[in-house]
Design a protein around this ligand. Sequence first.
Ligand SMILES: NC(=O)C1=CN([C@@H]2O[C@H](COP(=O)(O)OP(=O)(O)OC[C@H]3O[C@@H](n4cnc5c(N)ncnc54)[C@H](O)[C@@H]3O)[C@@H](O)[C@H]2O)C=CC1
Ligand SMILES: O=C(O)C1=N[C@H](C(=O)O)C[C@H](O)C1
Length: 269
Amino acid sequence: MSELPGIVVMGASGRMGQMLIREVNAQDGARLVGALERPGHDWIGQDVGACMGGQPLGVIVSDDPLETMAKAQAVIDFTAPAATVAMAEIAAQARAVHVIGTTGLGDDDLAKLALAGRHSTIIRAGNMSLGVNLLVQLTRKVAEALDEDFDIEITEAHHHHKVDAPSGTALMLGEAAAEGRGVDLADVSDRGRDGITGARKRGDIGFHAVRGGDIVGEHDVMFAAPGERIVLRHLATDRAIFARGAVKAALWGQGKKPGEYDMMDVLGL
Ligand SMILES: NC(=O)C1=CN([C@@H]2O[C@H](COP(=O)(O)OP(=O)(O)OC[C@H]3O[C@@H](n4cnc5c(N)ncnc54)[C@H](O)[C@@H]3O)[C@@H](O)[C@H]2O)C=CC1
Ligand SMILES: O=C(O)C1=N[C@H](C(=O)O)C[C@H](O)C1
């Protein structure tokens, strides 16, 4: 039997799930040992490679996370908040690394993940790409260097299927900007203005979400002052960048102590 870490992909039929199946399968350093979908999904019981329209991969899509995780050293989960919280407990029982790309998690969900993280290795990030994680660092630095004469506005654009706003990435960028300024994001966050809002409050961090077509993911952080503007921008054109980061995280997490980690830890940024 191979010693390579066995990885389960959760949400196998999803936009990210299919990308992840391809990425794990293409890796020399890992093996695909499971594919999960929600109960009732029409891929259940079929080979995941065939479902994706390619060669069979010898992995049958299952809706039984307990059984599937028994063979795994890691699970990569880009699904939905309730599914991710449920998986956190199962991954902890299986002593498997839980890589979480799911966004839109609420405070209650995060509290449950923190509990699970006492017993398991969780690596979670609203964006797993190298470029965005660098942009987060740049945003913190620029916010630190500038005072509140510079208004910070974060704009994100995504495909029309996306269900959460602001995006996980926009929130990461907002947290970094607030940290750079030495303030709490919750105190200065101003989301999606509408109507007679009054003039902009000095020190606020604004968020705006665009949804349309097949946009993979675009993020701008604008620092606007009288007479000048700085705009930091990341454009994603291929979901493979997120999948690559997630597989890297699953391998990096092997043998790490239980706890909650993020992509900064994985990438050493
Ligand atoms: N952190 C990152 O780098 C990125 C995060 N995302 C996030 O990943 C999540 C998924 O995005 P997409 O792939 O575009 O969505 P999607 O809707 O295409 O895929 C989600 C999949 O999860 C499945 N699912 C739902 N509940 C399940 C359960 N209990 N067990 C197993 N599977 C279940 C669905 O059936 C679906 O196939 C979103 O929260 C999105 O924001 C997306 C791209 C990058
Ligand atoms: O839903 C998506 O597609 C994406 N979600 C993540 C987010 O919420 O920031 C990451 C990426 O932008 C794509």
